[in-house]
Ligand binder design. Sequence first.
Ligand SMILES: NC(=O)c1ccc[n+]([C@@H]2O[C@H](COP(=O)([O-])OP(=O)(O)OC[C@H]3O[C@@H](n4cnc5c(N)ncnc54)[C@H](OP(=O)(O)O)[C@@H]3O)[C@@H](O)[C@H]2O)c1
Length: 321
Amino acid sequence: MKRSACLLMIVLLLLGISACGTSQQKSPEDGMSTDTRAEEDETQSSQFDFERKTVMLNSGYEMPIIGLGTWTLNDDAAENSVYHALKSGMRLIDTARYYGNEVGVGKGIKKAIDGGIVSREDVFITSKIYGGNYERARGIIDDALADLDVEYIDLLLIHQPGADDKGVYKAMEEAVKDGKLRSIGISNYYTKEQVDEVLSFATITPAIIQNENHLYYQNTELQDYVSQYGIVIESWYPFGGRGHTSDHFNNDVILELAAKYNKTSAQIILRWHLQAGFIVIPGSSDTKHIAENFDVFDFELSKEDMQKIQALDRHERYENW
Ligand SMILES: NC(=O)c1ccc[n+]([C@@H]2O[C@H](COP(=O)([O-])OP(=O)(O)OC[C@H]3O[C@@H](n4cnc5c(N)ncnc54)[C@H](OP(=O)(O)O)[C@@H]3O)[C@@H](O)[C@H]2O)c1
């Protein structure tokens, strides 16, 4: 997945971002008014390479912009979904220690490798660790590698803020140096203050912040703030999560756009996430849904239609972790 450092430098220079550690350099968008939001969206989406279906992270690694979420899937379901996601063309798989399915995820990847569908280098695996401290995190990283049955994890996130984030993050940074992890980041950090706290001790800038993010909770303020560090936001609950999906799929604006573009509601929502500059990881155990969710690269929402979806935001989260 690693492309030349030279390319990274060019991308970062174009974005006005320092590649070195926790640069405090401001982006040109700093202090942007809401009137310039539409232009900003173009800037955000231009960071995504829609041909390669990837984004270049501040770590120098390329990350797929759409993939499979595996929350609530047991080992068997995860193995099946992961295999079919890779077969459908997806290259990003999201799991976590907490999900208890890393063994199944690893088996699904191995099955796809053995079947000649992908090589290990083609697949981008994200996992997450939670709780603990420096010592414990070191052991958890090794456990994750063993359960996934891989030599390295592409991206490891602190699952949610905890008592010793500094110690856990330090263990993750050491694992990067040891070649066990490639990129690192955080999850469920919603405010500038929370991010600043992490940046105060980080020697490796987080590459990703994975947060609840959907039609009714569009945290563009955070996205604007962290763009100066080259940090990309990744959306969890892209459809609102189980129990809320029909509310999202049957939203009048989404139904109107689904008819207009001849796409499903799920595809309209996923395409909005991508054009808004959010990496997206829809969860599914249905192989037809997985293929459908990846089939979002043959159309583009107009600026006006993006604005219609942006107007649905009501700053409403479903979860409080
Ligand atoms: N960092 C965190 O704290 C955190 C928290 C929550 C989630 N996550 C990650 O984010 C991922 C996404 O969240 P999520 O899975 O909870 O919720 P989600 O992706 O918003 O919704 C999943 C639901 O959507 C349905 N679905 C998927 N594709 C569909 C399609 N094309 N048409 C109709 N229904 C479809 C799934 O049913 P089927 O199975 O029938 O397709 C499932 O019921 C998780 O899997 C997990 O990897 C992270």
